[in-house]
Design a protein around this ligand. Sequence first.
Ligand code: IMP
Ligand code: MG
Length: 202
Amino acid sequence: MTSDYPEFVHPSPAVAAFEEQPVSHDDLVCTLISEDQLHRRVAQMGADITRDYADKDPLLICILKGAVYFMTDLTRMIDCSLTMDFMAVSSYGDAHKTSGVVRIIKDLNEPVTDRHVIILEDILDTGLTLKYLARNFHGRGAASVAIATLLLKEGTQAVPLDIQYVGFTIPDAFVVGYGLDYAQHYRNLPYIGVLKPELYAD
Ligand code: IMP
Ligand code: MG
């Protein structure tokens, strides 16, 4: 990680260079993370959360829509009592760059008061979305707030943030699949790939 944010140091696997990965779809430069790599890493994250939250009955909050596949796979790998809720926020619209403005589109159904919250996010880019959400749940009286992100882009964070669980550290490229979209498309790809830059306008 960049030296600006030493608190991001964590043992997540870094993804191999693009060129070594096969192309699997006409709109992709390459596959970045295969189905098998995803499933193995998510299983490890589930084991880590089971160990850390065994007696805490955590509330896992899935950030729609990008974290849906991550949540369904991850929670099946967590072997302790938990509840789930869903929140939808927008920080991007249909563009590929963050606006820095976080808007709540769908709020939670259950209160977070006195709960041990784990926010499940698909990808951490600038960190503005997660910073906003962590602060928001603390403000609502959560007992603790942890962050589990499937992907962390290297060197793009604009704000310091404590991240407890990271699936993969990836290079600064625009990725789609396994829940991640560009203009709402590509979420259903079962793996994660790098979108061809010519497909999104600057
Ligand atoms: P942040 O607030 O800049 O960290 O942005 C986080 C949100 O931006 C994620 O939840 C995604 O919806 C979106 N995002 C950031 N990078 C990508 C990407 O490479 N592919 C798809 N969505 C992305
Ligand atoms: Mg998105």
